[in-house]
Design a protein around this ligand. Sequence first.
Ligand SMILES: [Cu+2]
Length: 226
Amino acid sequence: MVSSKFVAALGALLSTPLAFAQYYPAGNATSTNAANPTGTGSPSAAQTVSVGVDSTGAAALVFTPDTIHANPGEEITFQFFPKNHSVVQADFNNPCNPSDNGIFSGFIPSSSGPADQVFTIKVKEDKPVWLYCAALKPAPHCAAGMVAVINPPKSGPNTLDAFRAAAKKTTTSTAPNTPNGGEVEKPSPSGTATGGPAQHTGAASNLVVSAGAVGGFMAAFAALLL
Ligand SMILES: [Cu+2]
Protein backbone atom coordinates (compact mmCIF):
# COMPACT_ATOMS: atom_id res chain seq x y z
CA MET A 1 0.00 0.00 0.00
CA VAL A 2 2.69 2.51 0.98
CA SER A 3 4.84 3.12 -2.06
CA SER A 4 8.50 4.01 -1.88
CA LYS A 5 7.56 7.32 -3.47
CA PHE A 6 5.11 7.91 -0.61
CA VAL A 7 7.80 7.12 1.96
CA ALA A 8 10.26 9.40 0.18
CA ALA A 9 7.66 12.15 0.11
CA LEU A 10 6.93 11.62 3.79
CA GLY A 11 10.63 11.90 4.57
CA ALA A 12 10.83 15.08 2.51
CA LEU A 13 7.77 16.44 4.27
CA LEU A 14 9.09 15.67 7.76
CA SER A 15 12.43 17.27 6.96
CA THR A 16 10.67 20.48 5.95
CA PRO A 17 10.27 22.49 9.17
CA LEU A 18 7.29 24.53 8.01
CA ALA A 19 5.34 21.57 6.70
CA PHE A 20 6.20 19.53 9.78
CA ALA A 21 4.92 22.20 12.12
CA GLN A 22 1.78 22.71 10.08
CA TYR A 23 0.67 19.13 9.51
CA TYR A 24 2.43 16.61 11.70
CA PRO A 25 1.20 17.65 15.17
CA ALA A 26 -2.48 17.65 14.16
CA GLY A 27 -2.35 14.25 12.50
CA ASN A 28 -0.32 12.68 15.26
CA ALA A 29 -2.49 13.98 18.08
CA THR A 30 -5.69 12.83 16.41
CA SER A 31 -4.60 9.27 15.76
CA THR A 32 -2.99 8.80 19.17
CA ASN A 33 -6.02 10.04 21.08
CA ALA A 34 -8.43 8.00 19.00
CA ALA A 35 -6.49 4.74 19.19
CA ASN A 36 -5.56 4.49 22.85
CA PRO A 37 -9.02 4.36 24.47
CA THR A 38 -10.15 1.47 22.25
CA GLY A 39 -6.86 -0.38 22.57
CA THR A 40 -6.47 -0.38 26.32
CA GLY A 41 -9.83 0.43 27.83
CA SER A 42 -12.23 -1.90 26.03
CA PRO A 43 -14.75 -3.20 28.59
CA SER A 44 -15.49 -6.30 26.52
CA ALA A 45 -11.96 -7.74 26.42
CA ALA A 46 -12.25 -11.50 26.77
CA GLN A 47 -10.71 -13.38 29.66
CA THR A 48 -9.05 -16.65 28.72
CA VAL A 49 -9.41 -19.88 30.70
CA SER A 50 -7.02 -22.73 29.93
CA VAL A 51 -8.69 -26.14 29.94
CA GLY A 52 -6.42 -29.07 30.74
CA VAL A 53 -3.25 -27.32 31.94
CA ASP A 54 -2.23 -25.89 35.29
CA SER A 55 -0.72 -22.46 35.86
CA THR A 56 2.73 -23.74 34.84
CA GLY A 57 1.36 -25.03 31.54
CA ALA A 58 1.68 -28.68 32.58
CA ALA A 59 -1.08 -31.08 31.59
CA ALA A 60 -3.58 -31.47 34.42
CA LEU A 61 -7.29 -32.13 34.92
CA VAL A 62 -8.02 -28.53 35.84
CA PHE A 63 -9.38 -25.27 34.55
CA THR A 64 -6.88 -22.42 34.93
CA PRO A 65 -8.09 -20.24 36.51
CA ASP A 66 -10.90 -22.24 38.12
CA THR A 67 -12.55 -19.18 39.66
CA ILE A 68 -13.52 -16.54 37.13
CA HIS A 69 -15.07 -13.16 37.85
CA ALA A 70 -16.84 -11.46 34.96
CA ASN A 71 -19.44 -8.77 34.58
CA PRO A 72 -22.57 -9.31 32.49
CA GLY A 73 -21.71 -8.63 28.87
CA GLU A 74 -18.08 -9.67 29.24
CA GLU A 75 -16.72 -12.61 27.31
CA ILE A 76 -14.77 -15.63 28.48
CA THR A 77 -12.77 -17.70 26.01
CA PHE A 78 -11.87 -21.30 26.83
CA GLN A 79 -8.68 -22.61 25.26
CA PHE A 80 -8.36 -26.40 25.13
CA PHE A 81 -5.20 -28.44 25.69
CA PRO A 82 -4.49 -32.18 25.17
CA LYS A 83 -5.91 -34.54 24.96
CA ASN A 84 -9.67 -33.98 24.98
CA HIS A 85 -11.76 -31.77 27.22
CA SER A 86 -15.04 -29.91 27.35
CA VAL A 87 -16.82 -27.20 29.29
CA VAL A 88 -20.27 -28.05 30.60
CA GLN A 89 -22.54 -26.09 32.92
CA ALA A 90 -23.95 -27.96 35.92
CA ASP A 91 -26.30 -27.15 38.75
CA PHE A 92 -24.44 -26.77 42.04
CA ASN A 93 -26.22 -29.79 43.54
CA ASN A 94 -25.47 -32.05 40.56
CA PRO A 95 -21.81 -31.44 39.69
CA CYS A 96 -21.12 -33.81 36.78
CA ASN A 97 -24.33 -33.63 34.79
CA PRO A 98 -25.53 -30.80 32.55
CA SER A 99 -27.96 -28.08 33.56
CA ASP A 100 -31.07 -27.75 31.45
CA ASN A 101 -30.16 -25.61 28.45
CA GLY A 102 -26.76 -24.94 30.00
CA ILE A 103 -23.46 -24.06 28.43
CA PHE A 104 -21.67 -26.81 26.49
CA SER A 105 -18.58 -26.41 24.33
CA GLY A 106 -18.64 -29.87 22.80
CA PHE A 107 -15.54 -32.04 23.13
CA ILE A 108 -12.54 -30.22 21.71
CA PRO A 109 -9.46 -32.39 21.22
CA SER A 110 -5.85 -31.35 20.83
CA SER A 111 -2.85 -33.58 20.20
CA SER A 112 -0.33 -30.91 21.20
CA GLY A 113 -0.61 -27.35 22.49
CA PRO A 114 -3.84 -25.34 22.32
CA ALA A 115 -6.58 -26.76 20.10
CA ASP A 116 -7.34 -24.99 16.82
CA GLN A 117 -10.77 -24.07 18.16
CA VAL A 118 -11.78 -22.07 21.21
CA PHE A 119 -15.13 -21.73 22.93
CA THR A 120 -16.32 -18.24 23.81
CA ILE A 121 -19.27 -17.39 26.00
CA LYS A 122 -20.77 -14.05 26.93
CA VAL A 123 -21.63 -13.75 30.61
CA LYS A 124 -25.34 -12.97 30.90
CA GLU A 125 -25.72 -12.19 34.59
CA ASP A 126 -23.65 -12.11 37.74
CA LYS A 127 -25.12 -15.20 39.38
CA PRO A 128 -22.86 -18.27 39.73
CA VAL A 129 -22.21 -20.53 36.74
CA TRP A 130 -20.82 -23.92 37.78
CA LEU A 131 -18.73 -25.77 35.22
CA TYR A 132 -17.15 -29.20 34.76
CA CYS A 133 -15.39 -31.23 32.10
CA ALA A 134 -17.39 -34.22 30.85
CA ALA A 135 -14.47 -36.15 29.34
CA LEU A 136 -14.30 -39.76 30.55
CA LYS A 137 -10.83 -40.98 29.52
CA PRO A 138 -8.79 -42.38 31.04
CA ALA A 139 -11.11 -41.74 34.01
CA PRO A 140 -13.93 -39.20 34.44
CA HIS A 141 -12.38 -35.74 34.62
CA CYS A 142 -15.22 -34.33 36.72
CA ALA A 143 -14.72 -36.98 39.39
CA ALA A 144 -11.02 -36.06 39.33
CA GLY A 145 -12.06 -32.54 40.36
CA MET A 146 -12.01 -30.82 36.96
CA VAL A 147 -14.53 -28.11 37.85
CA ALA A 148 -14.71 -24.33 37.83
CA VAL A 149 -17.06 -21.49 38.65
CA ILE A 150 -17.88 -18.12 37.15
CA ASN A 151 -18.93 -15.54 39.75
CA PRO A 152 -19.02 -17.73 42.89
CA PRO A 153 -21.30 -16.68 45.76
CA LYS A 154 -19.60 -14.15 48.03
CA SER A 155 -20.62 -16.14 51.11
CA GLY A 156 -22.48 -19.26 52.16
CA PRO A 157 -21.90 -22.98 51.68
CA ASN A 158 -21.85 -23.02 47.86
CA THR A 159 -18.12 -22.75 47.37
CA LEU A 160 -15.98 -24.16 44.60
CA ASP A 161 -14.37 -26.46 47.18
CA ALA A 162 -17.79 -27.84 48.10
CA PHE A 163 -18.71 -28.27 44.42
CA ARG A 164 -15.41 -30.07 43.79
CA ALA A 165 -15.87 -32.31 46.85
CA ALA A 166 -19.30 -33.32 45.55
CA ALA A 167 -17.85 -33.94 42.09
CA LYS A 168 -15.23 -36.26 43.56
CA LYS A 169 -17.98 -38.44 45.00
CA THR A 170 -19.36 -39.16 41.52
CA THR A 171 -18.28 -42.07 39.36
CA THR A 172 -19.12 -40.76 35.90
CA SER A 173 -20.40 -37.71 34.06
CA THR A 174 -22.69 -36.92 31.16
CA ALA A 175 -22.80 -34.23 28.49
CA PRO A 176 -25.46 -32.62 26.29
CA ASN A 177 -25.72 -33.72 22.67
CA THR A 178 -24.81 -30.45 21.02
CA PRO A 179 -22.84 -27.31 21.88
CA ASN A 180 -24.89 -24.55 23.48
CA GLY A 181 -24.58 -21.13 25.02
CA GLY A 182 -21.46 -19.94 23.23
CA GLU A 183 -19.46 -19.95 20.03
CA VAL A 184 -16.98 -22.60 18.92
CA GLU A 185 -14.58 -20.68 16.70
CA LYS A 186 -11.05 -20.32 15.43
CA PRO A 187 -8.92 -18.32 17.83
CA SER A 188 -8.25 -14.81 16.55
CA PRO A 189 -4.59 -13.88 15.91
CA SER A 190 -4.55 -11.65 18.98
CA GLY A 191 -5.93 -14.44 21.12
CA THR A 192 -9.17 -12.65 21.93
CA ALA A 193 -12.38 -12.90 20.01
CA THR A 194 -13.49 -9.34 20.69
CA GLY A 195 -10.22 -7.51 20.07
CA GLY A 196 -10.55 -7.54 16.29
CA PRO A 197 -13.93 -5.88 15.82
CA ALA A 198 -13.27 -3.29 18.55
CA GLN A 199 -9.98 -2.33 16.95
CA HIS A 200 -11.59 -2.16 13.51
CA THR A 201 -14.19 0.23 14.84
CA GLY A 202 -11.52 2.39 16.39
CA ALA A 203 -9.45 2.38 13.20
CA ALA A 204 -12.45 3.29 11.06
CA SER A 205 -13.48 6.25 13.17
CA ASN A 206 -9.83 7.20 13.41
CA LEU A 207 -9.68 7.41 9.62
CA VAL A 208 -12.75 9.61 9.49
CA VAL A 209 -11.52 11.93 12.22
CA SER A 210 -8.07 12.34 10.72
CA ALA A 211 -9.20 12.65 7.08
CA GLY A 212 -8.51 16.37 7.16
CA ALA A 213 -4.99 15.79 8.34
CA VAL A 214 -4.45 13.16 5.65
CA GLY A 215 -5.74 15.60 3.06
CA GLY A 216 -3.25 18.10 4.36
CA PHE A 217 -0.47 15.56 3.95
CA MET A 218 -1.54 14.76 0.41
CA ALA A 219 -1.66 18.44 -0.53
CA ALA A 220 1.82 18.83 0.89
CA PHE A 221 3.04 15.83 -1.11
CA ALA A 222 1.56 17.26 -4.27
CA ALA A 223 3.34 20.54 -3.62
CA LEU A 224 6.64 18.73 -2.98
CA LEU A 225 6.33 16.64 -6.13
CA LEU A 226 5.67 19.61 -8.45
CU1 LIG B 1 -11.25 -32.74 30.85
